[in-house]
Ligand binder design. Structure first.
Ligand code: SF4
Length: 521
């Protein structure tokens, strides 16, 4: 039985036996965006608001929102919630793909999974793993981030105004200055969500297996260092503290982070850092990053800190696919020197903004990057330091960028809009960040230059970026027909509009099974 087959068997035994849409992450994992008072479980669905009145009486309502309870009920009944479309999309492309529903559930014990499945749907559940952000302070402005999560992005929008000339809604994130994230002032003093979390901490710390602090950049935030003092007051021998850091902060803060790993009374410390491309491509995609400096700080942490594991999170966007194999080779060179977990890699496929998604790269380029990645994997898959989940995630990515396997985006019209926004965005990004798309990605220049940016789109005013539409039942399909049907009938396959329902059922977006598609080809 292959490693992937074992994972699929695990899903059949532990998740599908409860229901075809059951996922333990909805019970035991949450992201808490305390700066603006939103939560999601897991991190993939769009966040929804936390009720301020509820948390006054019950701080666990930071996680156990009424909305989330309704989603849990759907999962227990075998209904696929629209907000989890990321997983349904991957599973519909190929039911034998090991997707996030497996990885995000199998970290819990059989007993914990059973308890979640047997608890009443409206029960308050104690978190096991949580990701918390206190504020949006950040020194970088990555191309796929926005002002809601980065003060450097906010400064760009405040100084230069909103990005213009977009045709797709997901590009709207670049119209916002993110000021809604500062609801309680720049330093988030007296933030009731932070207060509820601190109030919950003495109880939560007894049950929590992993606390992951994210941002912004936590080590650049005074709230993060202040919270660590609270953690020190309540020793948590079962707790793994994980910190997401871009490792591009001042050397003094890198040192303070390293010292913290030795000072704090917990089970262990994990560092999560981020990168997905190599050298100049990484510097381009993650504005403010210096790849050599980032790598030097990563090595310093690996050599000096007291930690369990260092993981490099890879946000798989279309541009990173041109140097992803060089990047993984570099990470494997560190593994060979320092060990399997120093660093591990974790591949997450970007969904928003959609124009940066690998799905929306032009097919001729997808074919090229797919070939390169598949050849790299064929050579590397038996590397002794390649972990099972790394293999499965790379296999999943190979399928995701395979034009033949996954079909096409829903309409030619949609694709053209994404291509338009791709160029429109990077033209403006280049000017604002003093970067050069053509020099950094010469492979894409011919296609890039063939795209014309429409300058007649009405100018948009800046907005505060508040989330007003957490993911609804109206799922917009982006893969629905095999290639030959798209070519001949694409004008007639526009998705049928459904009534919006914030907690509605997922509508399948893959109508043709892989076997049928392959046969036709
Ligand atoms: S998006 Fe996937 S992994 Fe996340 S909670 Fe939903 S089903 Fe689970």
């Amino acid at each position: 039985m292959s490693d992937t087959d074992k994972l699929i068997q695990w899903k059949t035994d532990h998740l599908d036996s409860v229901s075809k849409s059951f996922c333990a992450a909805k019970w035991y994992n949450a992201s808490l965006h305390l700066g603006h008072g939103y939560t999601n479980s897991c991190h993939l669905p769009l966040p929804h608001p936390i009720d301020l009145e509820e948390i006054k009486k019950n701080p666990s309502a930071l996680h156990n929102t009424q909305f989330k309870k309704k989603i849990r009920k759907m999962m227990l009944e075998g209904v696929r919630p629209a907000e989890c479309s990321y997983c349904w999309k991957v599973e519909d492309i190929d039911p034998d793909t090991a997707g996030d529903r497996i990885f995000k559930s199998r970290i819990y014990t059989d007993k914990e999974i059973e308890e979640a499945a047997n608890a009443p749907w409206d029960a308050d559940i104690m978190l096991k793993t949580v990701e918390v952000s206190f504020d949006r302070t950040c020194n970088l402005a990555c191309s796929y981030c926005n002002a809601g999560y980065s003060t450097t992005w906010a400064k760009d929008i405040e100084t230069n105004g909103p990005y213009q000339d977009f045709k797709t809604t997901s590009a709207g994130a670049y119209h916002a200055d993110g000021s809604w994230a500062d609801l309680f002032g720049k330093y988030n003093d007296n933030n009731p969500y932070v207060q509820a979390f601190v109030e919950w901490w003495p109880e939560l710390s007894k049950h929590l297996q992993e606390l992951r602090v994210t941002g912004g950049e936590p080590s650049a935030s005074h709230n993060f260092w202040k919270f660590l003092e609270t953690v020190k007051e309540h020793p948590a021998p079962d707790l793994t503290l994980a910190v997401n850091s871009n490792l591009m902060v001042h050397p003094k803060l890198i040192q303070k982070l390293i010292d913290t790993t030795k000072d704090i009374d917990i089970k262990g410390f994990d560092l999560y850092t981020s990168c997905e491309a190599y050298g100049p491509a990484a510097n381009y995609i993650r504005s403010g990053l210096d790849y050599d400096q980032w790598r030097a700080n990563l090595v310093k942490f690996i050599e000096e800190a007291d930690y369990n594991q260092v993981i490099c999170m890879m946000t798989i966007n279309s541009l990173c696919l041109y140097s992803i194999t060089e990047f993984m080779d570099d990470m494997f060179s560190l593994k060979e020197k320092y060990g399997m977990n120093s660093p591990g890699i974790d591949l997450n496929i970007l969904r928003w903004p959609a124009f940066q998604s690998p799905l929306n790269l032009v097919d001729s380029e997808k074919i090229k990057v797919h070939k390169k990645l598949a050849a790299w994997y064929e050579e590397k898959k038996d590397h002794p330091l390649m972990m099972d989940h790394e293999k499965a995630q790379i296999e999943r990515l190979i399928k995701y960028v395979d034009v033949v396997e996954q079909g096409h985006t829903s309409t030619e019209e949609d694709k053209t809009k994404h291509y338009h926004d791709f160029k429109s965005f990077y033209e403006q990004y280049d000017v604002r960040k003093n970067l050069n798309f053509r020099e950094t990605f010469p492979e894409l220049v011919e296609w890039y230059d063939s795209i014309e940016v429409d300058k007649n789109i009405p100018q948009v005013k800046v907005n505060n970026g508040a989330i007003t539409h957490f993911e609804s039942g109206e799922y917009q399909p982006d893969i629905d027909k095999p290639k030959h049907e798209i070519k001949t009938k694409w004008k007639s396959v526009k998705p049928e509009k459904k009534k919006a329902d914030p907690a509605g059922e997922y509508a399948p977006d893959v109508e043709k099974k892989k076997s049928k598609w392959t046969k036709i080809i």
